[in-house]
Design a protein around this ligand. Structure first.
Ligand code: B4P
Length: 196
């Protein structure tokens, strides 16, 4: 099974992904985590990505598509996997469709996590206080939300047209949000291990 999380920064994609990979026994592919690991290691890719991330910009698509393509090639053919933070543009979604077609895999669900803007800002400012992420400053958060609206939110309609979209209310505690995701999976008739 392949599951994708879409949503604005701070909506809980990473938080819910960690729960869902345990539930589905899936591999977690988080592009944000991959980029932060490259920055931590001081690679050329990390240095380049950092200049975009620190300003709240998306990292160029060719970098992200190559990164995901490499990871997908490394996965066992029948692995359940969860994409967290990819795709973030229509171009990335189309590239993903091509990659999956070549692998003879298809997307089972796209979960769109919806959260109020005030709550998103509150969570990210809180995370800035706790973790000191350089892209969580108030100015950068505003920029990231603008970029989400302009470049990522069109994915909602893209996946709606493909009948893959499941809208999940992202308000409430992480456990409450996860209970909604679990319900959406089970009401669809899919058990965690079905539909490769
Ligand atoms: P990501 O790492 O994907 O970061 P995110 O969108 O900020 O976080 P997420 O929605 O996962 O929030 P989280 O669960 O952590 O991306 C970072 C950057 O990498 C991007 O801005 C971009 O520059 C670059 N990038 C990544 N992928 C890319 C791509 N495909 N193309 C181009 N560029 C790309 O939650 C946030 C906080 O809220 C946490 O502190 C959490 O504890 C808290 N929280 C979560 N759920 C909560 C709840 N229900 N109640 C209270 N708090 C909650």
């Amino acid at each position: 099974m392949l599951v994708i999380f879409v949503g604005p920064p701070g909506t809980g994609k990473g938080t819910q992904s960690k729960r869902l990979i345990r539930y589905l026994d899936a591999v977690h592919l988080s592009t944000g985590d991959m980029l932060r690991a490259e920055i931590e290691k001081g690679t050329e890719l990390g240095k380049k990505a950092r200049t975009f991330m620190d300003q709240g910009q998306l990292v160029p698509c060719e970098i992200m598509v190559n990164m995901i393509a490499t990871r997908l090639q490394e996965l066992p053919v029948d692995a359940n996997f969860l994409l967290d933070g990819f795709p973030r543009t229509i171009h990335q979604a189309e590239e993903l469709d091509t990659m999956l077609g070549e692998m003879d895999r298809c997307i089972a669900h796209v979960f769109a996590l919806e959260t109020d803007r005030d709550e998103l800002r509150r969570r990210l400012i809180e995370r800035a206080r706790e973790e000191g992420r350089p892209d969580d400053t108030p100015e950068t958060v505003s920029r990231r939300l603008e970029i989400y609206d302009a470049q990522t939110s069109p994915l909602i309609e893209y996946y709606q047209k493909l009948s893959l979209l499941r809208v999940i209310d992202g308000m409430g505690t992480p456990d409450e949000v996860f209970a909604r995701i679990e319900r959406a999976l089970t009401t669809d008739g899919n058990s965690p291990s079905s539909s490769k």
